[in-house]
Design a protein around this ligand. Structure first.
Ligand code: SF4
Length: 289
């Protein structure tokens, strides 16, 4: 793949996202990467701006209560991310001088930081050369390099090696290639309808050269939301976010008719530390009583 053309394309076509502005700290990059997991950019953008204005350093977030953090997370979904991010902020402020670590292994040791996020922070926050592999990048590599219609099941070592092979030796340039690959997958080489006519790697794309063969790998799971435990957990948390006082269980019971599912979800929120029970049996966000 011609990574120079790819980076040139990124330079002129990339979305103007606030966490990509020059001067964004590695903390800002880390917050953006956590928020962007499973949540669309349009919803993350205002939340990220509010969050960074309120908690510009890890120590600022570490000093906030979990309840405030969960309220600020609002409707971004998967709220355990917010609690884990605060836990990471505590470790960064106490053990790393309030500076987000720059090497992948130290990043991986932080609460809630997985393989993707650690590499994304090293590359986008510090300009390091390290492969950053998300679903979009896997799809671009599957098509442009391997000539397949889509990516098959993830395989961490193979996926990292595939992307590593594309990165130039120069660290800042490699980091640009990493973010350009992600942008290409998000904006051009999309899952359902790739915009090949607008694609900077079209002339060398293996999928094009092979005559655009159909994807023949295993079917991908379809994610639904309505009726899932994730929806019910969200409804229960909405009640607690909207009140400064602990609530009786009856206030929670009205959000979902199926008592078995409702109670299972409330239990899981308690186990995850996203909800606490007061000594008198009411429910609240953690630290909110
Ligand atoms: S030419 Fe089409 S399939 Fe190939 S990388 Fe570009 S958008 Fe994807």
């Amino acid at each position: 793949m011609d990574t120079t053309t790819l980076v040139d394309w990124y330079t002129t076509h990339a979305r103007d996202l606030p966490w990509r502005q020059p001067g964004t700290t590695a903390w800002g990059v880390l917050v953006s990467e956590i928020m962007l997991q499973q949540t669309p950019v349009a919803r993350v953008e205002p939340a990220w701006l509010d969050w960074m204005a309120r908690w510009p350093r890890p120590s600022d977030l570490a000093a906030a209560s979990p309840a405030d953090v969960l309220r600020a997370w609002g409707k971004l979904g998967y709220p355990r991310r917010a609690v884990r991010l605060r836990e990471a902020a505590v470790v960064i402020s106490l053990s790393h001088n309030d500076i987000v670590p720059s090497d992948v292994d130290t990043l991986l040791s932080l609460p809630g930081i997985g393989a993707y996020t650690a590499r994304a922070v090293a590359a986008f926050g510090y300009g390091r050369r390290c492969p950053v592999v998300d679903t979009n990048v896997r799809r671009v590599v599957a098509r442009a390099v391997h000539g397949a219609g889509d990516s098959g099941p993830a395989s961490t070592n193979r996926d990292l090696a595939d992307v590593d092979a594309l990165l130039p030796a120069d660290e800042p340039t490699a980091a640009r290639v990493s973010i350009a690959l992600m942008e290409l997958g998000a904006m051009i080489c999309t899952a359902r309808s790739p915009r090949c006519a607008d694609c900077p790697v079209y002339p060398v794309c293996a999928w094009q050269r092979a005559g655009r063969p159909a994807y023949t790998g295993p079917a991908k799971p379809v994610q639904r939301y309505a009726g899932t435990d994730r929806q019910v957990r969200g409804l229960l948390l909405d009640v607690l976010r909207d009140t400064p006082e602990p609530v009786l269980k009856a206030r929670l019971d009205v959000v979902w008719a199926d008592a078995g599912q409702r109670d299972r979800c409330l239990d899981s929120l308690l186990v995850d530390g996203l909800v606490e029970q007061t000594p008198d049996g009411r429910f609240a966000l953690p630290g909110d009583h």
